[in-house]
Design a protein around this ligand. Structure first.
Ligand SMILES: N[C@@H](CCC(=O)N[C@@H](CS)C(=O)NCC(=O)O)C(=O)O
Length: 80
């Protein structure tokens, strides 16, 4: 399951979370209010910035909200 790092009061995170909800996706949402989670984010991505998406199944990690939203649509929209 993809992991999405967020924090409270972050408009960029809210935009991504709205897309996640609209698309009905199951993501592991992790909030950097927890210092251990913030450390985990920096260890993986190299900087403390949210939103940050990790999709190990597709070898993808993204920081920019626009990129994340575009990626979610491209990767998880059914081709029917
Ligand atoms: N261009 C980025 C901006 C992301 C951004 O500015 N994130 C802020 C929170 S809204 C952040 O991570 N600041 C560092 C921090 O809160 O520790 C995007 O669209 O995702």
């Amino acid at each position: 399951m993809p992991i999405l790092y967020v924090k409270n009061g972050c408009a960029f995170c809210a935009r991504v979370l709205q897309t996640v909800e609209e698309m009905g996706l199951s993501l592991d949402i992790r909030n950097i209010a927890d210092p251990g989670i913030a450390e985990e984010l920096v260890a993986h991505g190299g900087k403390r910035q949210v939103p940050y998406l990790i999709d190990e199944e597709h070898n993808t990690a993204l920081y920019e909200s626009d990129d994340i939203i575009e990626y979610l649509h491209r990767t998880f929209t059914a081709n029917t």
